[in-house]
Design a protein. Structure first.
Length: 156
């Protein structure tokens, strides 16, 4: 089981990489209200958690992605980079709000994919089944959203 690194423990991981934290990029024409809500959530995450290796999150103005491999719809994708090319990990989020993709689902997706980041960071992704990684990512996403919306000790 992995855990998110709370800010108070960041000194234990401080020299992990030259660049750390979260970087967000929004596609052209991205809805400003949705962008504002996402930025508030990211600020909450930044203020409570530490990301020892820079993670870039790109928000697409699409309602979902369709996989070239299996044809399924995806709302978020974690890409762990290519160690040989020293590419930092990336996350792609379908950030267009629709009836089937409201803002809380987008925020859930962000937290879910960031859990995959920590699974990758702690090398859990090579030791466990995809199913157990997905179950854990869903549990953490629910927990992070609970803290964001409901927990007064961690409220925005």
């Amino acid at each position: 089981m992995i855990f998110w690194i709370e800010k108070q423990f960041k000194n234990e991981y401080i020299n992990s990489a030259k660049e750390n934290g979260i970087r967000c990029v929004f596609s052209t024409g991205f809805d400003e209200l949705t962008k504002k809500e996402i930025k508030q959530f990211i600020e909450f995450i930044r203020s409570n958690y530490y990301f020892p290796i820079r993670i870039k999150i790109t928000f697409s103005n699409e309602p979902y992605f369709v996989s070239d491999v299996d044809g399924h719809k995806y709302y978020g994708i974690f890409y762990d980079g290519d160690a040989g090319k020293k590419i930092y990990p990336k996350i792609y989020i379908a950030g267009k709000q629709t009836e089937k993709n409201p803002i809380d689902d987008i925020l859930f997706c962000i937290a879910h994919e960031l859990t995959h980041y920590y699974q990758w960071y702690f090398i859990e992704d090579t030791k466990r089944t995809d199913r157990s990684l997905e179950i854990e990512a869903n549990k953490w996403a629910k927990y992070i959203l609970y803290r964001y919306h409901c927990d007064p000790d961690y409220h925005k």
